[in-house]
Ligand binder design. Structure first.
Ligand SMILES: Nc1nc2c(ncn2[C@@H]2O[C@H](COP(=O)(O)OP(=O)(O)O)[C@@H](O)[C@H]2O)c(=O)[nH]1
Ligand SMILES: [Mg+2]
Length: 325
């Protein structure tokens, strides 16, 4: 047996216009994990984020890099990071001093112990988020999406949108990031649930951004996006439910439309509402087509799950083979 090497840890900080808090965040995480590599992913920040990241990295003297991603959005930034960074353990946090760096060990522990593929710093269970967050609308939207996700994946997660997470390599290197912006957190949770990765939530304290630092999240457009997100999730992950529900709506509509037609037939043994009869059959044909689409997509999702599972099995095999060399 080879001696077990210390795990390689990478701290990943996406940062967009975070000059007020970036250096402090980097210093705080470096203090907790001095041998870890620090990566800042800048995204065309218009302030001093990039220079601060570079100079702080030099001062701290730890391994790492400042990556610059031209395509805007946290999703794009993480996609770049996960593709390029090579590590055993990945720590993800906001660069805004809202998450406690000193709790990182509690997040890493279950992943290191092989008990979790992803740990999530849960802001809700301790009640800190409700206290610190002064955007009630935003909270409501989150709760809505969260309730739906828990229902459809039979999960009991308390915080699906936290930006404080730790992943193992297997999770990071099997995660296809298609989202570009802020839906990325929800998407990570969905990927984990869908691929049956093990999630462990660790309650953490949460502080609002310090004065002078602004959130990149806009409540209203993001609120409209919540509904869109819910529809997208259902469409992609539970197509039979999504299209099945739509089919039931259409089928009921066609029955409603046909009431005068049946009434005619019962009373007069003749149909006077011919246009309604035609409309009703058209709507019921549409209902059947929608149901058919749902069934086909359900099979597609099933096939895709098998392919993803096969990919995982193959990479586990490859890891083993590398280890035994
Ligand atoms: N690279 C990159 N980082 C981003 C972008 N948008 C937000 N971030 C970073 O992602 C983290 C979370 O954003 P934040 O505004 O704090 O969202 P909130 O915590 O939900 O209010 C912060 O570190 C931001 O700087 C982006 O477009 N590109
Ligand atoms: Mg934040």
């Amino acid at each position: 047996m080879k001696p077990v090497n210390a795990p390689k840890i990478a701290i990943v900080l996406p940062a967009y216009n975070e000059e007020a808090t970036l250096a402090d965040t980097m210093i705080a995480f470096h203090k907790e994990l001095p041998s870890a590599a620090l990566y800042v992913i800048d995204n065309n920040s218009r302030d001093a984020t990039n220079t601060i990241a570079t100079s702080t990295l030099r001062e701290l003297g730890c391994p790492g890099a400042v990556l610059t991603e031209k395509r805007q959005g946290k999703g794009n930034a993480l996609r770049r990071a996960f593709m390029e960074i090579d590590a055993d353990i990945y720590v993800l946090s906001d660069a805004d001093m809202t998450y406690p760096a000193d709790r990182v060990h509690d997040l890493i522990q279950p992943v290191l112990a092989g008990k979790a593929d992803m740990t999530v710093g849960d802001r809700h269970s301790g009640g800190h988020y409700a206290q610190e967050n002064d955007r009630p609308l935003h909270g409501f939207g989150n709760a809505l999406v969260q309730g739906m996700v828990n229902r459809f994946f039979s999960a009991k997660l308390a915080d699906i949108m936290s930006g404080y997470r730790v992943f193992n390599r297997r999770f990071v290197k099997s995660y296809p990031i298609l989202v570009e912006g802020f839906q990325i957190e929800t998407d990570m949770t969905l990927h984990a649930l869908h691929q049956r990765f093990r999630i462990v939530e660790v309650p953490v304290e949460y502080k609002d951004r310090p004065a002078g630092s602004v959130s990149k999240l806009q409540t209203l457009p993001d609120g409209a996006r919540v509904l869109f997100t819910i529809a997208q999730i259902l469409r992609y992950y539970r197509p039979l439910f999504f299209f099945g529900t739509l089919a039931v709506v259409f089928a009921s509509l066609s029955v409603l439309i046909a009431i005068p037609v049946f009434d005619d037939w019962i009373r007069y043994r003749y149909i006077y509402h011919v246009p309604l009869a035609i409309l009703s059959s058209a709507v019921s044909v549409a209902a059947m087509m929608i149901l058919g689409v749902g069934l086909i997509l359900d099979t597609v999702v099933h096939q895709e799950r098998m392919a993803a599972e096969r990919f995982l099995l193959r990479s586990v095999n490859d890891e083993r083979r590398l280890e035994s060399r």
